[in-house]
Design a protein around this ligand. Structure first.
Ligand SMILES: Nc1ncnc2c1ncn2[C@@H]1O[C@H](COP(=O)(O)OP(=O)(O)OP(=O)(O)O)[C@@H](O)[C@H]1O
Ligand SMILES: [Mg+2]
Length: 448
């Protein structure tokens, strides 16, 4: 192809601006040409790139990027959708990592399906997920620059989850009330609390037997609370090079402070806060002191940052974590009582084919079952009904007999936990940590 053809084509493009087919031909010829400079020059003349079709714009941006003109290419990208992703790549190509991170964050907050693995690993120093008040999940990306990306292991987001509120959590009326008073209200009515010189924020530790709704409650708190919720994946902090974990953790707190009011949620806190004797990681004490320093807020003001944590092994948590100003509010998430079990069961069978279920009777017979155990029971009952449906070729609904059969198969899991807790309460009731457990056991011993 001769250069005159190219010059002619450029002239035609000038005469018919906004002709997408022509532009695409020009791009193709430009790529084949030994000297694409006139094409690049012409593209810079286009005054209103936004009037072109999106695919054409993408093609032009790609062409310019390939030709080593990423700055010029930016004018042809969108700030939204896949075009926005292209823009992120261009910004990266120009080494404008800060702008790339900011845009990437905005894009995936609006539409998580836009996430790209390579961008995640290039741009995310850490990732946290959570739910904002509006229900949209909030992804958080550290704004700090990563000098040498090759040494920073990639971190991926935790899987998407749907938003839940207190309504989804069966029973636990008492603790919901406490969370409302101690966590949600201070965020929603800061003025009132300030009058009494109380701050929103601080630390709240949820503890209790496995499968009784600690994680669920924390997520529901996020749904209820007007604050931003950052769910910190502890394994992602731990699985780092020496010294890297502390940096990560400090970065997470910094991120929380920059976006307050925020709830930072550390699930399975014991992984991070274990007493020495429970810990196999010789490096953990540095991490523990980083955590404590950050909570104490020596370096920065923590007002408006609530640290919420959950554990099912409270006796493994270093007592230093419960000192004043740290996790000084400790809430026991008890196994569901009969009424709560009834509620949970109702929620579990809702929307499934069923016939004459007496869930109250099941609730009465399932003392010691956690929410997770009850889920297991209903799933098992469902399996039995499906099996029968398959062999009879009609839809067999879940019947009482199915649930009763399942109840025999699934064993309650909270009893063992409660008996360990009782021992700790008896012999090491540190600062009254297990008072609520004792109250629960006493109440239960009287039968209900
Ligand atoms: N109060 C509840 N209402 C409804 N479902 C519940 C409740 N408690 C538990 N479940 C069910 O059990 C599952 C496990 O609950 P969750 O993960 O919140 O327990 P956990 O207390 O965090 O346990 P672990 O200590 O093992 O982390 C939930 O996903 C839910 O299906
Ligand atoms: Mg949990």
């Amino acid at each position: 192809m001769s250069d005159t053809t190219l010059t002619d084509l450029i002239e035609t493009c000038r005469a018919m601006p906004g002709n997408d087919a022509l532009l695409r031909t020009l791009l193709r010829l430009g790529r084949e040409s030994a000297d694409p400079a006139p094409v690049i020059a012409y593209l810079s003349e286009i005054k209103e790139p936004q009037s072109l079709a999106p695919e054409t714009r993408t093609d032009i941006a790609q062409f310019l990027a390939d030709m080593g003109a990423p700055e010029q290419a930016l004018a042809f990208t969108n700030e939204e959708g896949e075009g926005g992703i292209n823009r992120v790549r261009l910004l990266l190509q120009q080494n404008d990592r800060e702008a790339a991170i900011a845009l990437y964050r905005k894009l995936i907050e609006a539409d998580k399906s836009l996430r790209k693995d390579d961008l995640d690993s290039q741009l995310l120093a850490f990732a946290a997920t959570g739910q904002g008040a509006g229900g949209a999940e909030v992804f958080s990306i550290s704004g700090e620059k990563i000098e040498d990306t090759s040494s920073v292991p990639s971190v991926s987001f935790s899987p998407e989850r749907e938003r839940i509120t207190f309504e989804n959590v069966g029973g636990l009326a008492d603790i919901k009330k406490q969370i409302n008073r101690k966590i949600i209200m201070p965020f929603q009515k800061p003025g009132l609390f300030q009058r009494f010189r109380k701050q929103a924020g601080g630390g709240v530790l949820l503890y209790g037997p496995p499968g009784c709704g600690k994680t669920m409650l924390a997520r529901a708190t996020a749904g209820e609370c007007g604050a931003k919720f950052l769910n910190v994946e502890i394994p992602q902090i731990l699985d780092m090079y020496i010294g890297e974990s502390e940096k990560r953790l400090a970065g997470i707190f910094a991120e929380a402070r920059s976006q307050k009011p925020t709830v930072l949620f550390f699930d399975e806190l014991e992984a991070l806060a274990a007493r020495r004797k429970f810990s196999h990681n010789s490096n953990s004490s540095a991490l523990v002191s980083t955590f404590l320093n950050e909570m104490d807020g020596y370096a920065a003001d923590n007002e408006g940052v609530l640290v919420l944590a959950a554990t099912n092994v409270p006796w493994a948590i270093d007592p230093a974590f419960r000192r004043h100003g740290r996790f000084d509010r400790v809430l026991f998430v008890a196994p569901p009582d009969r009424i709560a079990r009834h509620e949970i069961l109702k929620g579990l069978v809702a929307g499934r084919p069923q016939e004459n279920l007496d869930l109250e009777a099941i609730a009465a017979r399932s003392s010691g079952f956690s929410g997770a155990d009850l889920t297991n029971v209903i799933e098992t009952a469902c399996d039995i009904a499906i099996e029968e449906s398959l062999s009879s070729d009609t839809i067999e609904p879940i019947r009482q007999s199915h649930i009763l059969e399942a109840l025999k198969e699934v064993k309650p899991t909270t009893i063992e936990w409660l008996s360990s807790a009782r021992n700790y309460a008896r012999y090491a009731n540190e600062g009254g940590l297990y008072e609520d457990v004792i109250a629960f056991l006493d109440k239960n011993a009287k039968g209900r």
